[in-house]
Write a protein that binds this ligand. Structure first.
Ligand code: PGA
Length: 250
């Protein structure tokens, strides 16, 4: 039985005080068992959010990193730095990184390897554009992203990965994939993992859904066989809605 995992991706939102207040409010009221929880604030607030979460059940994650361990990479952040400030998770290959910042499948794969090497647990995001879905290419795109994202991950690392299926057309748009549409892709990802690794690894993998998850639709999405919680954007910026979504995963 997979334990659900709900993570909040705060994206480029909050100021210092809001970040700490939001983390505290979540830590105070979030369910303490039955679901794994994480919040992923902007880099500059990781340290203060880590302190705010101290001793809480809620884990800390970052939204991105670079694959090199150190050096002349102006403006970027290494996995070791994230580990150093208390991160357990790192979101990699988010659609905004792929489509706004032009990250390639290959780059995302390198980041996954580097994150594991730094002792972080990657949340690997995959998902198709609306044109790709309409052209019947959803699984082709998702398979390519999963294969490239996990290209350097062996049997020893696969248990530390979470996959987040986030159809790009559902992110921040208010349009959610229907539970059936999401379940279809989640099941296909799990079948793909069984061919890439083995049945046991595939059955153990947590696959989150992301894209306009709200308290109103979370329960139906999370009750699908292959949906193991969610990666939450907009609704993770209010403690009340994030907690309601976390409770929907129980
Ligand atoms: P959303 O974002 O919940 O605001 O659609 C999800 C995500 O991008 O992870």
């Amino acid at each position: 039985m997979r334990k659900p995992f709900v993570a909040g991706n705060w994206k480029m939102n909050t100021c210092a005080d809001e970040a700490v207040a939001l983390a505290r409010a979540i830590a105070d009221a979030a369910p303490k068992e039955g679901v794994d929880l994480a919040v992923c604030p902007p880099f500059v607030y990781l340290r203060s959010v880590a302190k705010a979460l101290d001793g809480a059940w809620v884990a800390l994650g970052a939204q991105n990193m670079y694959f090199e361990p150190a050096g002349a990479f102006t403006g970027d952040i290494s996995g070791a730095m994230l580990k150093d400030v208390g991160c357990r998770y790192v979101i990699l290959g988010h659609s905004e990184r792929r489509h706004v910042f032009g990250e390639s499948d290959e780059l995302v794969g390198k980041k996954v390897i580097a994150a594991l090497a730094a002792g972080l647990d990657p949340i690997l995001c995959v998902g198709e554009l609306i044109e790709e879905r309409e052209a019947g290419k959803t699984m082709e795109v998702v398979e390519r992203q999963v294969r490239a994202g996990l290209a350097g991950v062996g049997a020893d690392g696969i248990g530390r990965i979470t996959i987040a299926y986030e159809p790009v057309w559902a992110i921040g748009t208010g349009k959610t994939a229907t539970p059936a549409q999401a379940q279809e892709v989640h099941a296909a990802i799990r079948a793909l993992l069984a061919t890439m690794y083995n049945e046991t690894a595939a059955a153990a993998m947590r696959i989150q859904y992301g894209g306009s998850v709200k308290p109103q639709n979370a329960k139906e999405l999370f009750s699908q066989t292959d949906i193991d919680g969610g990666l939450i954007g907009g609704a993770s910026l209010k403690a009340e809605s994030f907690i309601a979504i976390a409770e929907a995963a129980l």
